[in-house]
Structures are given as C-alpha cells and as structure tokens.
Design a protein around this ligand. Structure first.
Ligand SMILES: Nc1ncnc2c1ncn2[C@@H]1O[C@H](COP(=O)(O)OP(=O)(O)OP(=O)(O)O)[C@@H](O)[C@H]1O
Length: 776
C-alpha cells in the first residue's frame, strides 16, 4: 500500500471550514414494494414545499396536540420531490462534487435513511444497471433510473478525456457484521479479511490491504461496481425485497500530474465551490439523451447485473501508447494531486420488529443499527458548536463505520449527505429521525485541503540536488542584482525604462521566493540528516523493522477483531436491553390492567353484598316497623311510607311509578338512575318469573343476554327493580302495582350479579349507591 503522501495547501479556499451539504430525497409513494404491507390508502405525511424545504405532518398524533406542534418544517441545501428524476439529483448535487474530486479534493457522498427509502436506487448500487440492454446501450426512459455512481463514472471520463497523465483506481469495501470485506479482492491472491483501518501520524485515515483496481473508462467502473455488488450481502426482508445487509463504500482514487502553470490556472478557477457550475454544463450534460446520459455503446462494455466478469478489462479500443507528459517534465515543474471519491451506500436503519427479522437477519440488523447509532453520535457531537469548539472527544472509535468515515465527517473532505426518506405516514417516525440527523449534519464543518504532493519529498538525494541547484541560482541572482545596483546610472530611477523596472521586480520576487524555499529545503534536509544519523546510532535497523512489521500487523488485526467483537457485543446488549425494557413495560401495563380489573371486581362484589345486607336489614325493619320514611326525597307528598306512596300512585297510574320506587328506596334505585345518566345504560332485572330457558342461560353466565347494560326501553322500564337480599327483590306487585319486596328467583339474583360484575362503568355508580345506603 502506498504511504500517504505529504499534502500541502493549494487554493485560496483550502484549509477553510466547509459545511457538510445535505440533500433530501423523498421516495415516491406508488412504489411497488413490500414495505407497504397494509393495502389501504396511506396518507402522505411529507410535503415538498420548495426546492430547499419540506414539511412533515403526521396526522396520527392526538388531535389534542395543537396543529402547529404537529407540523415539522425542515430546510436543507436541496430537497427533491418524490418524482425528481435521477438526472436532476445528479446534476444539481453530485456534479459539483465530482469537479472537486478532479481538482484534487477528497469527496464523500453518502446515502442515509431507513430501510427501503431509496439509498441504493439513488447511488446506483441496486438493480438500476439492469436497465442497460444486452448490447450495452442505454436507451430511452430505461436509462432514467441509472444512479449516481455510473453517472459520475461517465462524467469523470468525459472531463478527463484531454488529460493523459492520470491514473484512476477503484476499490469496493463492505462492512458486514463489523468485518471489513474487500469486494474486489482476488480470492486467489488476497487473504480474506485483510483490510485494516490505520491512522497516520498526521491524522489521516488509511485503509490498508484494500485492492485497488485500475479503471480506464466508465465501463470499467460500472463493471467493478457490479462485480462487487454481486457478492455484497443483500437479502429480502419484510420491508425490502433486496435489502442491503451491509454498509458499502465504493471508492475512486485519482492521481493527476499537471504542469505547474496549468495548475495555477486551475487553482484560480475550480477550487472555489461557487465557481463550479451547478447546472449541467459539463460534457456529460451535453451528451444526454433524455436520461441525462450519453449513449453507452459497445465501447462502454457494461455487463448486466448479476453476471460478474472479473477482472475488469477495458473494452474501449486501446489508446496509442504515448509517453505521459510527466516523463518529459522535470519533477519540480509539475504538481501531483491525489484525491479520493467515496460513494457510501449505508444499510438502512430498521426496527427489527418491522422487518420481521429472525436468525442471521437479527444479527445483521443489530450490527447495522449499532454502526448507524455510532454514526449518529459522531454527527451529534460534531454538530454541537459548543462541543466542536471545545474540541471534545469525537467518538469515531465506537464503530468501524465511523472510523472509516472519519475523514469525511469533520475531516478533510467535501461531503454530501443524501438523506432518503419515505413520505408514507406509517414511516413517519423513521422519517423524522432521519431528518433530525440530516439537520444536525448540516452543522458539521470539514476542513478541506487540496491533496497536492511535491514529487521527491521522500528522496534525500533528490532534495540535496535541489538545494545545490537552488544555491547556484541564488548566487546567480544575487550577483546580477548587485551588478545592477552598483551601476551609477541605474541608481537614478529616471533612467529605468518601465520594462527594466518590471524585470528587476520580477527578479527580486523570484529571489525572495527562492530564498524562502532554500531555507525550507535546508531545514528539511537537516531534519532528514538527523533522522538518518539517529537510525545509524541505535535506532532499529530496517531488517528489524521489516521482521517486526508482520507482528505489528497481526497485533493490529487482533486488536481490530477484538474491537469488532466488543462493538457487536455492545450492540447486542443494547438491543437485548431494549427488548427487555419493552417487555417490562408490557408486563407492567398488563399487571396494572389486572390489578384494576381485580379492584373493580372486588368492589362490585362487596357492593352487591353491602346492598344485600342493607336491604336485608331494611326488609326486616320494613316488615316490622315499616319502610324508611321518604323525608329525604324531593317530593312534597312523600311523608307516607313508600309502599303507601306507591299505593297512592296506583290510582293515577296503573303501573308502578319508578320515581316513587326511587323515593322509597332512594339509595338503591338512585344507583340505577345514576347509571342511566352517566353512561346511558340501565341496570335491569326482568320482573317476570324467568322461564326455564332464561334460568339456564343466566346460570351459564351470559351478561350479554340478560345482565348486560341495555339501551333504555319503555316496556322494560316498567319492570324496573332492585335487589333486596338473597331471597327478596323490590318490584311492583303484579296484582296491586305497588312496589314491594317479593321473593326473588335465583335466576333474577344471578342476573343482577352478572350485570354488576360485567360492567366497569358501574364502579362510580356503585360508590355513590353505597354512600347513599350508608348515609341512610
Ligand atoms: N426515487 C425512486 N423512484 C423509483 N423507485 C424507487 C425510488 N426510490 C426507491 N425506489 C424503489 O424502492 C425500492 C427500495 O429502494 P432501495 O433498495 O434503494 O432502498 P434502500 O434504502 O437501499 O433499502 P435498504 O436499506 O433496505 O437496502 C426499490 O425497489 C427501488 O427501486
């Protein structure tokens, strides 16, 4: 693996903080996939309000919540409506970033969102390439669905077509269950799982042991992508027929050598993001045919997905071998830039319940969620201005995903987060979650530098030669300068022609620049000499370092694997804890319900007994000393005993008057009346002697038939009665119409018990009834 080259700042915008860009893409509703298990018209909870804003309005929130609180407004760098074509997403959000990559800046585009929200579709890592016909031609509307990576490949080679001095390599890394898998490894040569994440002394993150495959044309890139995708972990879940079960990073590394003067021209132009056209102005756009893509003829050689053809061999006619211009240039006349472009297709966050995951899918789900959780933590920490300012600890080490993306989040890269969301109301919680993270990500500031290398920095001989050459130049400049200043006629400014004056100034500038460079190179040289001397005097020999290297690599692998295991264990622990918490809560709720039901049942039973006891006492009194006076009732003519009052009423009404019965048995009958007012229910016991059929159904307890609260009904109102005790029931005498205590049948008593036991609403009524009876 190449050691990271020393980078230096180039353009004016370099080293300056650059915000992470966020674009949101809303997936269209009418997508034919199984993430809509319920075939009912589902409301759209997300509204695209402008090219930079959207509103989420979940109507499922209780109506008691004020309207404004149920609406969530979000603003992003870009918001794409559900039917925005792939070309629109590409030209407005991705094209400028590809330009940065060409200019020597690291660039990352990562798709984030819940499962089945369209990340792979947008990235171009799903089945989109199947739209390419067998003769490798993109035609008509089929080409519309091509995603970001193939589009970027085409744009890159269009822009590089006049540059013959570059190399472009692709790699494809998968993070599956905390294992790093090289999707482009050659199984016959490469050891499995040999990829390591390392941090250099200057804080740069490097992925060791990842195979780099050369790409000479767009079709090479697409084929490498498809080769990797063919072995990437995808499986069907309840939410997505082809769900990515791993995080995948497809990367391009571009090394360009350009003459200094050309570089100066570029620095003035493309380094500043504002200068990059946001509209399709590159050759890519000019070649579009409806889809925004050039026709991919045979030359592009794109295979159908699922038929990997490794290794990638360019099918384009070989270019005439031509010595690269760098071979003809002196090393110090050129600038070398090395930049990386990462396309990150994250696995989707998922609720294990909703994806109905079992077995391996659970393990994958836990690992996916744990990586995303760590990513969320990093985003939260970086986006907090206070924490960022205090240079707080950023938890990159919590997962391999965050470690891999360390340079892209808060590091040296132009980064775009493409947040993919569903507009369906049933996904509203996940959508809000994604949008909140996306909003935080917008506050992250990266420090972007052009990755520019000075050739020969690592070569002491070359540097010594440089110093000697510069010293000579310096001497030359000094002597010519002295000569000019010594000449008396040139001391008079008036003698200088303006051309000569310009020349002197230019020489002076060159002189000071060379002096500075000389000082710098000398310092470097001294430093290197010292290092060499140290090595000679006791520092470990190269042999020793070479023999120690495998041990160190092994050690790092072990540490990595232990870290991975620890992270998986942590994640599964967190997930088990969450499950346990959910179960505890369910159990607590069930216990509460049980307790409540038991309390009600007990209270109702005791009320029935109270009432029976009370009526028993009253009955004894009534038989002996008459029923209680109606002095407490509201009727003015109620001084007579209830039986008498009822008897009197018989003359005006042939049927028993329930009010008079109530007056006579205030507490008991009042209870029944309260029930009527409170819940529109009445508690009735049919006064007719139950038939044998009634008896049996009552015995077998069917409150719905006899004892359950029923709607008011005039005919049954007459038959209103109340329980007295185990053997007596207060009801109108059939012959006289007077209310009185008559023996109750066993069936009647059972029915009344059932009424009381079956109705939860009876509780407040019973309480009042009991209070009334006690008061009496
Ligand atoms: N903008 C869109 N237009 C048309 N179809 C889409 C769009 N976005 C997604 N789809 C379709 O929705 C389905 C799910 O999309 P995709 O597989 O890209 O989701 P994902 O976010 O990558 O899911 P996972 O995280 O489970 O891998 C696919 O059939 C895809 O073709």
């Amino acid at each position: 693996m190449a050691t990271p080259s020393r980078s230096r700042r180039g353009a004016a915008s370099e080293g300056a903080p650059t915000a992470v860009q966020v674009a949101v893409r809303i997936r269209p509703d009418a997508v034919n996939d199984p993430s809509r298990p319920v075939p009912r018209p589902l409301r759209t909870a997300v509204t695209h309000t402008s090219p930079t804003s959207l509103v989420v309005e979940p109507s499922l929130l209780p109506s008691s919540v004020p309207q404004r609180e149920t609406r969530h407004h979000f603003t992003f760098d870009r918001v794409y409506e559900p039917h925005a074509p792939q070309q629109e997403v590409y030209s407005s959000s991705i094209e400028p970033l590809v330009q940065h990559f060409l200019d020597g800046f690291n660039t990352t585009i990562f798709a984030y969102g819940q499962t089945s929200s369209g990340k792979s579709y947008s990235m171009g890592t799903s089945e989109a390439t199947e739209t390419i016909t067998p003769d490798d031609t993109l035609v008509g509307t089929l080409a519309d669905s091509i995603g970001i990576i193939p589009r970027a490949a085409i744009q890159l080679f269009e822009l590089l077509k006049d540059d013959s001095d570059y190399s472009l390599n692709a790699s494809f890394l998968e993070l599956y269950n905390e294992d790093l898998i090289d999707l482009l490894a050659d199984p016959e040569i490469d050891a499995p799982n040999q990829v390591q994440i390392r941090e250099t002394r200057v804080g740069e993150i490097v992925w060791m042991g990842l195979r780099q495959r050369p790409a000479k044309c767009a079709s090479d890139i697409v084929r490498l992508l498809q080769d990797g995708m063919a072995i990437r972990q995808t499986h069907e879940t309840e939410m997505n027929t082809q769900s990515s079960r791993s995080h995948a990073i497809f990367s391009l590394t571009l090394t360009r050598r350009r003459p200094r003067h050309a570089e100066r021209a570029t620095l003035g132009g493309a380094a500043s993001p504002e200068r990059v056209p946001a509209t399709p102005s590159t050759p890519l756009a000019s070649k579009t045919r409806g889809s925004g893509l050039p026709t991919l003829g045979r030359g592009l050689g794109i295979a159908r997905a699922g038929t990997p053809t490794r290794p990638a061999t360019p099918t384009r006619a070989p270019q005439t071998p031509r010595a690269p211009p760098s071979a003809r240039r002196a090393p110090d006349e050129e600038i070398v830039t090395t930049s990386k472009l990462h396309f990150v297709d994250l696995a989707g966050s998922e609720r294990l319940k909703r994806t109905a995951a079992t077995g391996d899918r659970v393990r994958e789900g836990i690992s996916i969620n744990s990586g995303l959780h760590a990513l969320g933590n990093v985003i939260s920490t970086l986006s907090d201005p206070l924490k960022a300012r205090r240079a707080m600890h950023i938890p990159y080490r919590d997962s391999k995903l965050t470690r891999l993306l360390q340079d892209s989040l808060g590091g040296n890269a132009h980064t775009l987060m493409l947040a993919c969301i569903s507009s369906l109301e049933m996904n509203v919680n996940e959508t809000l979650n994604t949008l909140h993270y996306a909003q935080r990500a917008r506050h992250i500031r990266n420090t972007v530098e052009r990755n520019q290398t000075e050739p020969g920095w690592g070569n002491v001989e070359y540097l010594q030669g440089q110093v000697l050459r510069l010293r000579k130049e310096l001497e030359l400049v000094r002597s010519s300068n002295e000569l000019m200043l010594a000449s008396p006629e040139q001391k008079a400014p008036s003698v200088f022609s303006s051309d000569a004056e310009q020349e002197v100034l230019a020489w002076q500038e060159k002189y000071s620049a060379l002096s500075r460079k000389n000082v710098q190179l000398t310092a470097e040289l001294i430093h290197m000499d010292r290092q060499l001397a140290q090595r000679g005097a006791g520092a470990p020999s190269d042999d020793f370092l070479a023999s120690a290297e495998p041990v160190i690599v092994e050690y790092e692998k072990t540490v990595d694997s232990l870290e991975g295991q620890l992270n998986v264990l942590k994640a599964s622990l967190a997930s088990s804890e969450e499950l346990l918490r959910e179960r505890d809560q369910e159990l607590a709720r069930a216990n509460n319900r049980l307790l409540h039901a038991e309390t009600q049942l007990g209270a109702l039973r005791s009320t029935v007994h109270d009432l029976q006891d009370r009526l028993g006492e009253r009955d004894a009194k009534g038989l002996g000393i008459g029923l209680p006076s109606a002095s407490r009732t509201t009727s003015g003519s109620s001084s007579a005993s209830p039986v008498r009052a009822s008897s009197a009423s018989r003359h005006t009404s042939p049927r028993p008057d329930s009010d008079s019965v109530e007056r006579s048995f205030g507490g008991v009958l009042g209870y029944a009346r309260e029930g009527t007012r409170q819940s529109s229910r009445r508690y009735r016991v049919p006064l007719q002697q139950p038939s044998s059929e009634d008896e049996s159904s009552a015995t077998h307890g069917s409150p719905a038939t006899h004892g359950s609260p029923a709607a008011p009904d005039a005919s049954t109102d007459q038959a209103f009665g109340a329980i007295h005790d185990e053997s007596m029931l207060l009801k109108p005498d059939e012959s006289t119409g007077d209310a009185g205590l008559v023996p109750a049948t066993e069936g009647e008593l059972r029915k009344l018990n059932l009424v009381l036991e079956s109705d939860a609403d009876a509780s407040p009524i019973r309480t009042r009834a009991r209070a009334a009876v006690e008061e009496e």
